[in-house]
Design a protein around this ligand. Structure first.
Ligand code: GSH
Length: 193
């Protein structure tokens, strides 16, 4: 398996899953400003979307888009939860991708100060909703972290960096994730302090 990633980007969620699952994989760094891989290849030639995460599964070829990549990795590592919990996990991945990740757009470049301030307000509200949906649970689905937790965790790192307000329970969630050995290893591998 090959994971195309950029340090600290949403692909960190997949990186954590691969390490936690004990999967044999190669991590290929992509410079998102030039869309070149560390080996000097044009990333658009590999994936027309030009964004991470992208995995080369071997068995099915390339898979991109967080929901598909994370579900594939859940299948290959811990095994997705069964019954209603399976749909809970899908709900979370959808919520994190569209409501939270999507709302970071203006903070990742190209927006003026007013748009950025608006995005921070929107995000603070989304995290308040996430807190409400978690309803005091430590993890998003069941009693252990899943690929959905990895994804939400990565966005809480962005919150810290971009000055987005997080409710205390989400700060605690971030701290809890930072204690996971796979999170520490993936962050170290991506050169994140
Ligand atoms: N819809 C994609 C979005 C992925 C995405 O936004 N990736 C960012 C990093 S977090 C990226 O690679 N941006 C660079 C670009 O779009 O050129 C998904 O859910 O996987």
């Amino acid at each position: 398996m090959k994971l195309y990633y950029s340090p600290g980007a949403c692909s960190l969620a997949s990186h954590i899953a691969l390490i936690e699952g004990g999967t044999d994989f190669e991590a290929v760094k992509v410079d998102l400003s030039t869309h070149e891989t560390e080996g000097g290849k044009d990333f658009y030639e590999i994936s027309p979307r030009g964004y991470v995460p992208l995995i080369d599964t071997g068995e099915y070829g390339l898979i991109t888009e967080n929901p598909a990549v994370l579900m594939y990795l859940a299948d290959k590592t811990q095994g997705p939860p069964k019954g209603h919990a399976f749909y809970d996990m899908l709900e979370w991945i959808g919520f994190i991708g569209t409501e939270i990740h999507g709302s970071y757009g203006p903070l990742f470049g190209g927006a003026d100060d007013a748009q950025q301030a608006e995005a921070k307000k929107t995000l603070a509200k989304k995290y308040e909703l996430a807190e409400k949906l978690m309803d005091g649970s430590e993890w998003l689905v069941g009693d252990s972290p899943s690929v959905a937790d990895n994804y939400l965790f990565v966005t809480t790192l962005w919150a810290d960096k971009m000055g987005v307000d997080l409710p205390q329970s989400l700060k605690d969630f971030r701290a809890r994730n930072m204690e996971r050995p796979a999170v520490q290893k993936a962050m170290e591998a991506e050169g994140l302090g």
